[in-house]
Design a protein around this ligand. Structure first.
Ligand SMILES: *[C@@H]1O[C@H](CO)[C@@H](O)[C@H](O)[C@H]1NC(C)=O
Ligand SMILES: *[C@@H]1O[C@H](CO)[C@@H](O)[C@H](O)[C@H]1NC(C)=O
Ligand SMILES: *[C@@H]1O[C@H](CO)[C@@H](O)[C@H](O)[C@H]1NC(C)=O
Ligand SMILES: *[C@@H]1O[C@H](CO)[C@@H](O)[C@H](O)[C@H]1NC(C)=O
Ligand SMILES: *[C@@H]1O[C@H](CO)[C@@H](O)[C@H](O)[C@H]1NC(C)=O
Ligand SMILES: *[C@@H]1O[C@H](CO)[C@@H](O)[C@H](O)[C@H]1NC(C)=O
Ligand SMILES: *[C@@H]1O[C@H](CO)[C@@H](O)[C@H](O)[C@H]1NC(C)=O
Ligand SMILES: [Zn+2]
Length: 510
C-alpha cells in the first residue's frame, strides 16, 4: 500500500470505531463498570489498602480479551493481530480507552493530544554477504526500502572509523554497500552519510559479539536501506576486506516509512489540587509484529482498571493518567507531550510513574534504579516507595537500569522526577532470579517480546495483580499527600542521567 494521506487515516479511525462497538456489545458479559458505593459528594479520601483490595485478576483478564479482539482489527492490513500506530487495531485501542474513561462520567476530564508520527513497516528483507546469509542481519527500524523495493548488488566497502564523518567514506562506496562499525554517533547519521556518499545500502556491524536491533530514528531523505549485523558474523568479512580481498553482497528491503497522525489520551481527575499533579502513564500502541498484550496491553489495562476503581474515592491531589502512542517508534507520544508543556505546566507535575510491561510470563519484579544523584530530586523517593511495598508484601525485587527505554525519558530530561516498575522484556532470567521469583532461568522474561505470540497466553496473572495493586498504592499514596516528597525545582535536568542513556525506546539508536 502507498503512503496514506491524513484524510485516509481519519477514514481508518472512523471505520475502526464502527467495527469496534459491535465487538464490545457482542461480548455477552455486561460492560465493565465500577459500582458506585458512595453517593456523590461524600466519597472517602482514597485509601491504599481499600483501593488495592478492589483489584481483581478476572477484571484484568476480561479487559485483556477485549483488547485482543481489538488487535484483530489489524489483521486486514497486517495479516495478524496488531495494535501498531496507524493500524485499525491501534485506533480501536484508542476508542476503547476513551470510551472506558468516558463511562466514568465527570470524575475525569479527558483530552486527546494529536501529534505527527513516523511509522515504519518492514514487509520483507534479505541480506547476502559473499556466499552467506547472515543469521543476525536485521533491518533497522525506520529504514527506507532498497531502490524500487528490489534487491541491490554491490561490493562491501569498509568505511573508516565509525562512519560519523562524510570523510570516512571512500569514493568507492558509490554504487556499493557501505560496511560501517557501530559506535560514536547514531545509526541514523551513519545511514545518512552512506546515502550522501552514494551507497545503495549500508550494514552497521556491532563492536560486540551480538546482533544490533537498532533504529535510524527521524527519517532523512539521505537514509539508505540499512541492516544491523553481529560482530561475530562481521569479523571474517572485515578480515577479508582488510587484506584487500573483495566481498560482494545483495541487499533487499521492502519497507515503507509513512507520516501519520496519532493520539495521546490524557485523563485527569476533576477533584484534587491541579497544581500538584500525580502523573502516570502506559503506552497504548504495540509493535507491528503482534498484538502486544503484555507490551503494553498489561500496563494500559492496569491503568484503566485503577482509574475505574479510583472513582469510588476522593483525592487531595489531582491524578493524571496518560496513554501514550508511538512508544514503540521511539517514545514519540511522551516526548511530544513533555515538549509541549509550558514551564508553568511542567512545574505542576510532581512526579511521573511509568508502567510498561506489568505481567511478563517469566517475570521478575523490577524497579527502575532511579536515584536522586542522576535524576530529578524525588525520583529516589519514588523508587523507595516501590521497594517498601514489595518488602511489606514479603516479595523479592531487583533493580534495573533507568536508561531511557520507556516513556519516563522525556520527563526525566525535563526535570520531572520519575520512576516505575516492570517485569522484564528480552533479558535473561538468572539462577538467582529463579529462586527469587520462580519461572525459568536461562529464558527471556518475556519469550514473546515484540512478537506475534504476545497474546492472551503471554501474561502471568499473579504478577499482573501484584503490580496493579502496587500501581494503585502509588496513586493512593501521592493522591492523598506529597508530605515528605521533594518540592519541584526548575526544569533543568542533571547531565548524569543523559550520560548513562543508550536507548530511546526499545531500540538502540547509537
Ligand atoms: C473531596 O474533598 C474535597 C476537600 O478535600 C471536598 O471539597 C469535596 O467535596 C470532596 N468531593 C467528594 C466528591 O467527596
Ligand atoms: C485505610 O483503610 C484500612 C482498611 O479499611 C484501615 O485499616 C486504614 O486505617 C486506612 N488508612 C488510613 C490512612 O486511613
Ligand atoms: C478522542 O480520541 C478517541 C480515540 O480516537 C475518539 O474515540 C474520540 O472521539 C476523540 N474525542 C474527541 C473529542 O476528539
Ligand atoms: C543504582 O544506581 C546508582 C547510581 O545512580 C548506583 O550507584 C547503584 O550501584 C545502582 N544500583 C544497582 C543495584 O544497580
Ligand atoms: C525470595 O528470594 C529467596 C531467595 O533469595 C527465596 O528463598 C524466597 O522464597 C523468595 N521469596 C518469595 C516470596 O518468593
Ligand atoms: C505465574 O507465576 C507464578 C510464580 O512464578 C507461578 O506459580 C504461576 O504458575 C504462573 N502462572 C502462569 C499462568 O504462568
Ligand atoms: C531534594 O529534596 C530534599 C527534600 O525536599 C531537599 O532536602 C534537598 O535539598 C533536595 N536536593 C536538591 C539537590 O535539590
Ligand atoms: Zn513497552
Amino acid at each position: 500500500m502507498g503512503v496514506p494521506s491524513i484524510l485516509a487515516l481519519c477514514a481508518t479511525v472512523a471505520s475502526a470505531t464502527a467495527i469496534q462497538i459491535p465487538i464490545l456489545a457482542s461480548d455477552n458479559q455486561a460492560p465493565i463498570q465500577a459500582e458506585t458505593g458512595h453517593p456523590h459528594g461524600s466519597k472517602p479520601l482514597v485509601n491504599s489498602t481499600e483501593i488495592q483490595d478492589l483489584i481483581s485478576g478476572d477484571r484484568l483478564q476480561r479487559r485483556a480479551k477485549q483488547l485482543f479482539e481489538i488487535a484483530k482489527l489489524g489483521e486486514a492490513e497486517y495479516n495478524h493481530p496488531t495494535r501498531v500506530i496507524g493500524s485499525a487495531g491501534h485506533a480501536g485501542t484508542l476508542d476503547y480507552i476513551y470510551e472506558t474513561i468516558l463511562q466514568l462520567g465527570d470524575y475525569y476530564d479527558i483530552s486527546n493530544q494529536s501529534f505527527p508520527a513516523v511509522s515504519g513497516n518492514v514487509f520483507e528483507s534479505r541480506l547476502v554477504l559473499g556466499q552467506d546469509v547472515p543469521k543476525s542481519a536485521a533491518p533497522m527500524g525506520l529504514t527506507p526500502p532498497t531502490k524500487d523495493k528490489q534487491p541491490v548488488h554491490g561490493d562491501l566497502v569498509l568505511v573508516k572509523n565509525e562512519g560519523c564523518q562524510t570523510t570516512d567514506f571512500p569514493e568507492t562506496v558509490a554504487g556499493n554497500i557501505a560496511f560501517i562499525k557501530r559506535g560514536v554517533c547514531p545509526f541514523g547519521t551513519k545511514s545518512e552519510n552512506a546515502g550522501r556518499a552514494g551507497a545503495v545500502a549500508a550494514v552497521v556491524y556491532n563492536y560486540e559479539k551480538d546482533g544490533v536491533q537498532g533504529t535510524l530514528g527521524t527519517p532523512s531523505s539521505f537514509h539508505v536501506a540499512t541492516f544491523g549485523l553481529s560482530g561475530e558474523e562481521a569479523d571474517p568479512i572485515i578480515k577479508k576486506l582488510e587484506k584487500g580481498k573483495s566481498v560482494d553482497g545483495i541487499a533487499y528491503i521492502d519497507a515503507e516509512v509513512k507520516q501519520i497522525l496519532t493520539v495521546n489520551i490524557v485523563a485527569q481527575t476533576t477533584e484534587g489540587d491541579p497544581n500538584n499533579v500525580v502523573m502516570l502513564g502506559a503506552h497504548s500502541d504495540s509493535v507491528a509484529e503482534g498484538p502486544g498484550i503484555n507490551d503494553d496491553g498489561s500496563g494500559t489495562i492496569s491503568l484503566l482498571e485503577v482509574a475505574t476503581q479510583l472513582t469510588k474515592f476522593n483525592v487531595s491531589n489531582a491524578v493524571r493518567f496518560a496513554w501514550w502512542a508511538g512508544e514503540e517508534e521511539g517514545l514519540l507520544g511522551s516526548d511530544y507531550y513533555v515538549a509541549q508543556l509550558p514551564e508553568e505546566e511542567n512545574q505542576k507535575i510532581r512526579l511521573f510513574m511509568d508502567y510498561d510491561m506489568m505481567a511478563s510470563p517469566n517475570f521478575a519484579y523490577q524497579i527502575y534504579n532511579a536515584t536522586n544523584a542522576a535524576n530529578p530530586n524525588g525520583s529516589e523517593e519514588l523508587r523507595d516507595l516501590y521497594i517498601d511495598w514489595y518488602e511489606e508484601q514479603g516479595l523479592n525485587y531487583t533493580f534495573i537500569p533507568f536508561d531511557g527505554r520507556s516513556d519516563y525519558d522525556g520527563f526525566i530530561r525535563n526535570g520531572i522526577p520519575g520512576g516505575g516498575i516492570a517485569t522484564g522484556a528480552e533479558g535473561i532470567k538468572t539462577k538467582k532470579e529463579q529462586e527469587q521469583f520462580g519461572g525459568k532461568a536461562g529464558d527471556w522474561y518475556d519469550n514473546c517480546y515484540h512478537q506475534l505470540c504476545d497474546d492472551l497466553g503471554n501474561v502471568n496473572e499473579t504478577a499482573w495483580i501484584v503490580n496493579t495493586k502496587l500501581i494503585a498504592h502509588s496513586i493512593a499514596t501521592y493522591a492523598r499527600s506529597f508530605k515528605g516528597f521533594p518540592e519541584r525545582t526548575l526544569s533543568v535536568s542533571s547531565n548524569a542521567y543523559s550520560e548513562n542513556v543508550k536507548y530511546h525506546g526499545s531500540r538502540l539508536f547509537i
